[in-house]
Design a protein around this ligand. Structure first.
Ligand SMILES: [Zn+2]
Length: 326
């Protein structure tokens, strides 16, 4: 009895997640052109935040609907002795839901495994050094490959190859490190993990490649802006550092969870051109306290709204779930 009760709940959760993620994802995909046009008019950091939020919103709504509505309404209002069977439509949707969740877990597992493999190899072959102006030690690897990357999702650290260290001038190295530290402050590697975790609206169909590509581009521009701080001389030095590293040859392949100075940036010439020709807008320093205050206020407002409407909402959700089960 408990097994069937749990199985019905699992099917409902997967089916509900699939439906909400697909509906919100298709809506986002439909609106993505407008979002990209809007992002072009914004400062790079704001544009990157907008595109990231749009990309993970369907996944967040799907997960939120399951955790905040589907599970409580089922546990509260569905009698354990119920002998309702799972309908074919619900089963099919649950299988699609399982497929998208499995795809997400698989992508994350592969990227994490690659990240751990690279990190271990660098730790073994490199040595830890405190670079000038840095608060934490970087791993210096004795490699000819041009490598200057921020690695790690939760415990972030810099990995720099000896050849990059010896090729860049002191100012160029300082700016390149500032660029990577801007990625560190905005937690871009963690955002990359969420991008992998967030499934496409329909399994096996690419849904958000343009949003993700533009997010990566705006993240690079934002890190550039935060490194140069509106100073054209610093912009020139950073552009020279990027070009110098890019000309050292093919960068080593990295995990999707790593952020490097040049690798993976398919629009390097546009980025350098922007640094050379456009006066970068002075970037406001990131204010974690402000972000925390806005996030907490939103969280409290949503919690109050959900609590006020809780019983009525749960009964409506339960009626919908009953329809879905048939
Ligand atoms: Zn970067």
């Amino acid at each position: 009895m408990i097994f069937h009760y749990g199985l019905r709940l699992l099917c409902l959760c997967l089916a509900s997640f699939f439906l909400v993620n697909a509906a919100a994802g298709l809506t986002t995909a439909f609106a993505s052109r407008g979002l990209l046009r809007m992002a072009e008019t914004m400062r790079p950091r704001c544009a990157a935040r907008l595109l990231f939020a749009a990309r993970v919103l369907p996944w967040a709504l799907g997960a939120g609907a399951v955790l905040a509505l589907c599970v409580p309404s089922y546990l509260w209002l569905e009698p354990q002795a119920s002998s309702e069977q799972i309908g074919w439509a619900c089963l099919a949707l649950a299988l699609w839901g399982a497929a998208v969740c499995f795809g997400s877990v698989r992508r994350v597992a592969r990227a994490l495994a690659a990240s751990v493999r690279f990190n271990r190899a660098w730790q073994q072959s490199g040595s830890e050094t405190l670079l000038p102006g840095e608060l934490s030690k970087a791993v210096i690897v004795k490699k000819d490959a041009p490598l200057l990357a921020l690695v790690g999702v939760f415990r972030q650290r810099l990995v720099v190859s000896q050849t990059v260290l010896s090729s860049l001038s002191t100012e160029q190295l300082e700016l390149a490190l500032h660029h990577e530290n801007a990625h560190r402050i905005s937690r871009d590697n963690l955002k990359r993990l969420f991008l992998l975790l967030a499934p496409a609206p329909i399994p096996f169909l690419p849904g958000f490649s343009s949003l993700e590509k533009c997010w990566a581009q705006f993240s690079e521009w934002a890190a550039d802006d935060e490194a140069v701080r509106g100073d054209s001389q610093r912009a020139l030095s950073l552009a020279a550092a990027i070009l110098r590293v890019a000309r050292m040859g093919a960068a080593p392949s990295l995990s999707f969870l790593h952020t490097s100075l040049c690798a993976g940036d398919h629009d390097l010439s546009r980025r350098v051109d922007r640094l050379l020709r456009i006066q970068p807008v002075p970037a406001k320093p990131l204010s974690p306290a402000r972000c925390l205050a806005i996030g907490s206020s939103l969280g409290i407002a949503v919690s109050i709204a959900v609590l006020l409407a809780w019983p009525a909402t749960l009964s409506s959700v339960h009626r919908l779930l009953e329809l879905l089960l048939r």
